[in-house]
Design a binder for this molecule. Structure first.
Ligand code: UDP
Length: 465
């Protein structure tokens, strides 16, 4: 008797919001699904797809049936539009992408490779509606902290109790609130959808998130996030629907795509190899932060003044705008102890024994990567949830210090010098960072809560096929 062919593997469609931190985090999740026997179709926007593919090392990936398929759909903006304009990007994405995603899912089915589940970035929650419409299972994944996600899910409650108005704006700025009695207090100035710069962008984001909440409510079977229980335990008690599966460690799998937009300059690792242990201040502000020329210059002067070794990521798009803002003769004066790169292999840099601390914008991925490597922080948040993350780092976990602005809104060179010195001489902060590293490692090891949550999720998603 002929044996029947094995069932096809489960097929997940993974879709990130088109921003670097989101793409990297969901790419790592995809690798983990592939490791567990899934086929993954990873959907970038056309614009991001071109950048991700161009930044892959070595030969272009095969287009044939590999377990991780990189595909793309349009984001609805013209090719030369500024994708850092979050308002325009978000409006276009929600208007244009759902239909394209539906077509892609139908095409996959007609080509004999039907998708069995959709894993949507929490910031692409409309994709959950598309999944539901097509009878597919769906999960939401937040690339940010659980508290950011839970704050978003608490919008109706916050409107009801008068914490925010119908427009998402806090009714009383700088007030400490609690989402539940057992949760730590939060400052209303950290209401993250209100931290995108101008009021009209804040409003667009607020409406987008509010709509997303409904999609999560009605269509998401799982709500996952890149965090771990030890760092946000009260949030997980309060909102048990949110399950941590992190920290995810991007870029630790040689030869597999990381999802970066810019090619990595790994020469800085050789430079790090030559520096004494715990001597280098790593300075990186993620994929989005843009300082004005005066602040950029002051930062350079601060790095010069502090006298420590440093590795500073100055992204190619920042260099284009800021080149003239480097103080005259800066590069010559810091030669030997200072190194600038366009884009670093951040996860490996943070794991390097020469790195002493991380001057960071406190994006959630950077926060988790610093925590995972036991590196203390100097916090310099820029927008969105980064203020919330800064508060975690400095007030809750106590593994970092704030860089404070002066009356003109500038972080001065003297502040940089003073805080670097204070951080590096504070054995308690450094010690706590190392303790948290242990906790992070335990959560993703066998028997850890993130490990168990991920297993449960994978098993549940597999049973459908
Ligand atoms: N990153 C990197 N090289 C760099 C700077 C950043 O690989 O030189 C990665 C970093 O490891 C993280 C992501 O880019 O995974 C940035 O995400 P995050 O949430 O920290 O900040 P965002 O870019 O979203 O503001």
């Amino acid at each position: 008797m002929e044996s029947s062919p094995p069932p096809p593997p489960p097929h997940a469609l993974v879709i990130p919001y088109p921003a670097q931190g989101h793409v990297i985090s969901l790419m790592e999740l995809s690798h983990r699904l592939v490791d567990r026997g899934f086929v993954v179709t990873f959907v970038n926007t056309d614009f991001d797809h071109a950048r991700v593919v161009a930044s892959l090392p070595g030969p272009r990936p095969r287009t044939g049936p590999t377990p991780l398929r990189l595909v793309s759909i349009p984001d609805g903006l013209e090719p030369c539009a500024d994708r850092n304009d979050i308002k325009r990007l978000t409006l276009a994405v929600q208007e244009y992408m759902p239909e394209c995603l539906e077509e892609l899912l139908m095409r996959a089915a007609s080509e004999g490779s039907p998708v069995t589940c959709v894993i949507a970035d929490h910031c692409m929650a409309w994709a959950l509606d598309v999944a539901k419409k097509m009878g597919l299972r769906a999960a939401a994944f937040s690339t940010a902290s659980a508290s950011m996600l839970v704050m978003a899910l608490s919008i109706p409650k916050m409107i009801d109790d008068g914490t925010i108005g119908d427009d998402g704006v806090p009714t009383e700025p700088n007030r400490m609130i609690r989402l539940s009695p057992e949760m730590p207090p939060m400052n209303t100035t950290h209401v993250w959808w209100n931290r995108f710069g101008d009021p009209s962008t804040n409003r667009v984001l607020f409406d987008y998130i509010t709509r997303g909440n409904k999609s999560i409510d009605t269509a998401a079977e799982w709500v996952l996030c890149n965090s771990f229980s030890h760092v946000e335990s009260s949030i997980f008690k309060y909102a048990s629907i949110v399950r941590p599966i992190g920290p995810l460690l991007p870029g630790v799998r040689p030869g597999r795509p990381v999802g970066r937009y810019w090619p990595e300059d790994s020469s800085c690792e050789e430079w790090l190899d030559k520096q004494p242990p715990k001597s280098v201040v790593y300075v990186a502000f993620g994929s989005f932060t843009v300082f004005d020329p005066r602040q950029f210059q002051e930062l350079a002067l601060g790095l010069e003044l502090m006298g420590q070794r440093f590795l500073w990521v100055v992204r190619p798009d920042v260099t284009e705008k800021m080149n003239r803002a480097f103080p005259r003769g800066f590069e010559e004066r810091v030669a030997g102890r200072g190194r600038m790169v366009g884009w670093s292999p951040q996860q490996r840099v943070l794991a390097h024994p020469s790195v002493a601390c991380f001057m960071s914008h406190c994006g959630w991925n950077s926060t988790m990567e610093g925590v995972t490597n036991g590196v203390p922080f100097l916090c310099w948040p820029y927008f969105a949830d980064q203020f919330l993350n800064e508060s975690y780092i400095c007030d809750s976990w106590k593994i970092g210090l704030r860089l404070c602005k002066d009356v003109e809104g500038i972080v001065t060179k003297e502040e940089i010098e003073a805080k670097v010195e204070a951080l590096l001489s504070d054995g308690e902060v450094v010690g706590r960072a190392l303790e948290l590293k242990e906790m992070a490692a335990m959560s993703i090891s066998e028997g850890g809560s993130s490990y168990d949550n991920f297993n449960e999720f994978v098993d549940s998603m597999k049973t459908f096929v």
